[in-house]
Design a protein around this ligand. Structure first.
Ligand SMILES: Nc1nc2c(ncn2[C@@H]2O[C@H](COP(=O)(O)OP(=O)(O)OP(=O)(O)O)[C@@H](O)[C@H]2O)c(=O)[nH]1
Length: 304
């Protein structure tokens, strides 16, 4: 399957849900206020969020349709969703000197952080960048092991310490190793626990301090990984991590297993943070730069 086919397949549940919510709302007649209200509600029920749903409703109303069938409605939706997504679509740019470009990856347990690091590493390798993975999530031995497995899978070196070790120390060593071996990008797994905010902030502050000594620009990116299946909860996470950790961009994962992919639109509208990539599966190739047009059409249930 091509990536676009996987993307459309990944968003199928989301598109089906949106389709069900919209069923019967448009008939071969002019759109009246009640119908527009229903469309807005259907969008909110599909996780697009109140702000984006209202914006889309207003755009549809402003177009003054005499007639609109369901296909027409889906086409307008795709156009309007694309308008919301396009400004936040920003592929990760790791070009620059001095190297390495340092990416901290944070997110609650199980959000898909480690898997995303592996896939992101692969994505950068495809662009001919050399990648080093750092196991800064030292709380669990399993997390370190999982990162090693991903390193093997994509053929990237992994720098790790012991369980319970010092994350900042590993990051420090990671930068040294990357510099010595001419690696372009250092991707750091972090514990990123929200359960203990003070600890998370301390840990990130320490990592930043250590990095700052080596390169004042680092970390260049602080990426929050979000699990789309958590729906509105993902929005709360953005708010908390943005305030606590200075998130610079987002990756949303597990869009394949959920009918809640509309939350991507809500996140774009509400926070305006760059969305670097999306995950639609567990395979090495299942993370791709965020293509607003393709995603908008997939959510609206239209072929790419
Ligand atoms: N279907 C699907 N599953 C995913 C995706 N990304 C990650 N997963 C799965 O989600 C589960 C959790 O992913 P991890 O990468 O272990 O998550 P984590 O945030 O590192 O979790 P901890 O290691 O517990 O902190 C794993 O079973 C992954 O295979 C995705 O895009 N689609």
């Amino acid at each position: 399957m091509s990536w676009l086919e996987r993307l459309t397949g990944g968003f199928k549940k989301t598109a089906d849900r949106l389709g069900e919510n919209l069923t019967g709302l448009v008939k071969e007649q002019a759109l009246d206020t009640a119908t527009l209200d229903d469309i807005e509600e259907a969008l909110i029920a599909s996780d697009l969020g109140p702000e984006a749903s209202k914006r889309i409703r207003d755009s549809i109303a402003a177009r003054r349709y005499d007639q609109l069938d369901e296909r027409g409605l889906r086409t307008i939706l795709a156009e309007e969703i694309e308008k919301i997504l396009a400004p936040v679509a920003k592929p990760l740019d790791v070009w620059g000197f001095p190297r390495p470009h340092v990416i901290l990856v944070i997110g609650v347990n199980g959000s898909g952080k480690t898997t995303t690091i592996g896939k992101l590493g692969h994505l950068l390798q495809e662009q001919d960048y050399g990648v080093l993975l750092a196991a800064g999530d030292t709380f669990r031995a399993a997390a370190i092991e999982q990162l090693r497995i991903w390193g093997e899978r994509i053929g990237a070196p992994v720098i790790a310490g012991k369980e319970g070790g010092d994350a900042a120390g590993i990051v420090f060593d990671g930068v040294k190793q990357a510099t010595a071996t001419g690696i372009d990008a250092l991707i750091v797994d972090t514990a990123g626990r929200l359960q203990n905010k003070a600890h998370l902030m301390d840990e990130l502050a320490k990592v930043r301090r250590v990095l700052g000594r080596l390169n004042p620009e680092a970390p260049h990116d602080i990426i929050l990984v979000l699990d789309a299946t958590t729906g509105q909860n993902a929005l709360n996470q953005i708010e908390v991590f943005r305030d606590l950790a200075g998130v610079t961009g987002l990756v949303m994962t597990k869009l394949d297993g959920t009918a809640r992919g509309g939350v991507l639109v809500a996140a774009a509208e509400k926070f305006g943070l760059p969305i670097h990539a999306i995950g639609v599966g567990e395979g090495v190739d299942d993370l791709r730069p965020f293509d607003p047009r393709a995603v908008a059409r997939a959510i609206a249930g239209l072929p790419s």
